[in-house]
Ligand binder design. Structure first.
Ligand code: GLN
Length: 484
């Protein structure tokens, strides 16, 4: 289970061909029982690998050429069905590639297939997928986190060295944390949403998941080109996200928000986070107390705004324009009703109902507008905090991965577990998760803990170095689950 950086060296020195590399991952995918992949197309993968080998033979310098990647099934792809983890889109074949998919193809990466996820990216445990739950490679009785649970499990389980994810309220950071890998959600607008099946458009943001911060920087280099097809994509000059890797952390001020260390934080997670913060002090950083007073409001605000946007975005799945169509119906309304009732799962229906309710006449001011005001206050909290620190750190999730099934019928328990990731999304800030230890006790000792790093807008390159320096000094990112 090597990093992209290591695999790239093997490809460049001709110790390995892109075809051999792709084949070895395809073999592992076939024999895996994690349910991380929901669609593979070996023929297509090997054709891409062949093209990459030709580029490598020509001495093409691109750093990512021939390296495998797998995509969360929220990105549409030609050659693999695109389902968003839903029966609604089961078997749907997109006539085009999402911008992110296209960008990685241009960079020469080889697509291994499509990764399981919560239906339309709604969830925190990957148990809301029409294609069944994903297992956490560290402990198959545990959830991998969500909604990019397939991405987290596939990287941690050695089925791909890199994956894409999307983060609307934590879905890159939380599965990265629960699966013991590295993931970054960039500033909102950095990564094109074109071809990324929409959940909540003002929050959705794609990003990379891999073993190391260094790998994530390489992947971000390839996936952040300006895209005029996404109106919220930021028009800025191309950036090299590796440019700060190597900077010293001496004098770095790390803000510790007291609201992230309250009663809800499990003792074993707290212990791992505090140990990591001590390591940062050894690297020359100082810890400063900061406050993000509206943290607890992030849950009600997010669970109004995200469902509101989802109810609007998902109206396109009506059995006519897109999606599953019921077989028996009496008239047009009946067809819509039955198609949507059959095509969507419970959590998606719940959110559509909540969203339609909070947007309806009479409730809009009371819920949706209030939530938007809170969103602004949450963003302001961060700007106040950044006056006294360069980066904010805390846990990604209040606990390590929980048992599969244990919260599956309790949506509110799932929502509460998002407490440390939602604010960053509402504010549109970049956030990342890096492995920093494991839980405690017989059950949790092999379940990873993620440290969250939050930066100010457009500070990804610095954030990646703050993570990289930790990874140079510690070996949590090099731990691998025991493979059977
Ligand atoms: N867990 C959150 C939700 O269920 C976040 C999901 C996400 O970031 N896509 O909405």
């Amino acid at each position: 289970m090597q990093t992209l950086k290591q695999l790239s060296a093997l490809l460049k020195s001709k110790q390995l061909s892109a075809t051999e590399l792709a084949q070895s991952y395809l073999d592992r995918i076939t024999s895996s029982d994690l349910n991380a992949f929901i669609n593979v197309n070996p023929e297509q993968t090997l054709a891409q690998a062949k093209q990459a080998d030709a580029r490598l033979a020509r001495g093409d310098a691109g750093e990512l050429i021939g390296l495998p990647i797998a995509h969360k099934d929220i990105f549409v792809t030609c050659g693999w069905p695109s389902t968003a983890g839903s029966k609604m889109l089961s078997g749907y074949n997109s006539p085009f590639d999402a911008s992110v998919v296209e960008q990685f193809r241009t960079a020469g990466m080889v697509t291994l297939g499509k990764l399981n996820c919560d239906e339309f990216a709604m969830g925190s445990s990957n148990e809301n997928s029409f294609f069944g739950p994903v297992k956490n490679p560290w402990d198959k009785a545990a959830v991998p986190g969500g909604s990019s649970g397939g991405s987290g499990a596939a990287v941690a389980g050695g089925l791909t060295p890199a994956a894409t994810g999307t983060d609307t309220g934590g879905s890159i950071r939380q599965p990265a944390a629960l699966c013991g890998i590295t993931g970054i959600k960039p500033t909102y607008g950095r990564v094109s949403r074109y071809g990324m099946i929409a959940f909540a458009s003002s929050l959705d943001q794609g990003g990379p998941m891999a073993w190391t911060a260094e790998d994530c920087a390489l992947l971000l280099n390839a996936m952040t080109a300006y895209d005029p097809r996404d109106a919220t994509c930021i028009e800025s000059d191309a950036e090299d996200f590796t440019r700060h890797l190597g900077d010293s952390l001496k004098g770095l001020k790390i803000g510790i928000p007291k609201e992230y260390f309250g009663d809800g934080l499990a003792a074993d997670v707290r212990a791992a986070i505090e140990a990591a913060l001590k390591d940062y002090e050894k690297l020359g950083a100082t810890l400063v107390d900061v406050s993000l007073p509206k943290t607890s409001m992030s849950i009600p605000a997010y669970y109004v705004i995200a469902p509101a946007e989802a109810s609007s975005n998902l109206s396109r799945f009506d059995g006519v324009r897109y999606g599953h169509r019921a077989k028996d119906y009496t008239d047009l309304s009946d067809m819509y009703r039955k198609s949507r009732a059959e095509g969507f799962g419970d959590e998606v229906k719940r959110r559509i109902l909540i969203g339609a309710y909070v947007l309806s006449h009479g409730y809009y001011d009371a819920y949706y507008l209030q939530a938007q005001k809170i969103r602004r206050l949450i963003a302001n909290d961060f700007q106040d905090a950044f006056k006294s620190c360069d980066v904010i750190m805390g846990p990604v999730a209040p606990t390590v991965a929980w048992d599969l099934g244990s919260k599956a019928n309790d949506p509110v328990a799932n929502y509460l577990a998002d407490i440390y990731t939602l604010s960053t999304s509402l504010a549109g800030l970049p956030g990342m998760s890096i492995p920093c230890g494991f839980g405690q006790g017989e059950k949790n000792a092999h379940r990873p803990v993620g440290l969250q790093l939050i930066g100010n807008y457009f500070n990804e390159a610095k954030l990646l170095n703050v993570a990289h320096q930790f990874q140079l000094a510690t070996d949590w990112h090099s731990r691998r689950p025991a493979v059977e």
